[in-house]
Design a binder for this molecule. Structure first.
Ligand code: SAH
Length: 257
């Protein structure tokens, strides 16, 4: 355990004795907002090298340097799970990205569907939300937030071995749960990696407020990789559906097991 009060994501490599120069924003946060002085401990991670305890070596108004001391946690990768969702209003989209990072999605892909409300996203802002979520939940990994992609194009090129847990609102109230489907996956066997609990590559797909179009539904039903799943007897808003789906998947197939 580290005695650090602050956990910070940095891009630089981390290792014993490694100096980490700070950006102006980082220096402002550490020395202006958090009032850290020389010698204070900071917890660092970069998404690749685990978590490290570092100390403030130089503190200035516009910059500074941290010095990496020792590793406090190894890199913990989430399962190989992507979250595909149709972006909704800004605050709700931010919420989905934040929750997906906390819940252990490995990659977050906003997708444009027939009834997607929003034409554009700010990928850089969403990525920053994923970083913040990882900082505060103690994660050592930051999921990549991809740019907005068209669902049809994405499905046209979909990897043969990546299953899709399709949250299908037409199944509302049905017993078509992941649990039922998971019996079959168990029989085929899980690949247990050394670092990654892995039922193989998966994705979750959540639709927009308007749901999926008939063509999209037909397209998804034809795909072998697709497992249509119900999220219970109520129609959930897309942001609730994202958290519920991640919970369901993580508890049945993922790293909650
Ligand atoms: N307007 C649509 C609902 C959209 S809800 C309708 O009334 O049918 C937004 C998304 O959340 C859906 O596309 C689906 O992916 C997911 N979702 C919400 N509730 C669900 C449920 N009970 N079962 C499965 N998926 C659900």
């Amino acid at each position: 355990m580290s005695d650090a009060k602050v956990r910070l994501y940095v891009e630089q490599p981390l290792g014993p004795g490694q100096p980490v120069p700070l950006t102006q924003d980082q220096a402002h946060y550490l020395f202006g907002v958090m009032r850290l002085a020389r010698g204070a401990a900071v917890s660092l991670f970069n998404g690749r090298d685990g978590e490290w305890r570092a100390e403030v070596a130089e503190a200035g108004k516009r910059g500074g340097t941290l010095l990496c001391k020792d590793q406090t946690a190894p890199l913990r990768l989430p399962p190989d799970l992507w979250l595909l969702f149709a972006p909704i209003k800004k605050a709700r989209t931010d919420f989905i990205v934040e929750k997906a990072a906390e819940m252990g999605a490995a990659r977050i892909l906003p997708v444009q569907t027939r009834f997607t409300n929003s034409e554009r996203i700010r990928q850089d802002r969403l990525q920053a939300h994923a970083v913040e979520a990882a900082e505060q939940c103690g994660g050592t990994f930051v999921p990549e937030v991809a740019d907005l992609t068209n669902l049809e194009r994405l499905l046209a090129d979909w990897p043969a071995d990546r299953r899709i847990m399709w949250c299908d609102e037409s199944l509302v109230g049905a017993r078509a749960g992941l649990l039922e489907a998971a019996g079959g996956f168990e029989a085929r066997g899980f690949e247990e990696g050394p670092k990654r609990p892995s039922p193989g590559p998966w994705a979750i797909l959540i639709g927009p407020e308007g749901g999926f179009s008939e063509e999209e539904q037909a397209r998804l039903r034809r795909m072998e990789q697709v497992v249509p799943v119900s999220l219970g007897p109520r129609i959930l808003r897309a942001d609730t559906a994202a958290v519920a789906a991640l919970t369901l998947w993580q508890s049945v197939l993922g790293d909650w097991r």
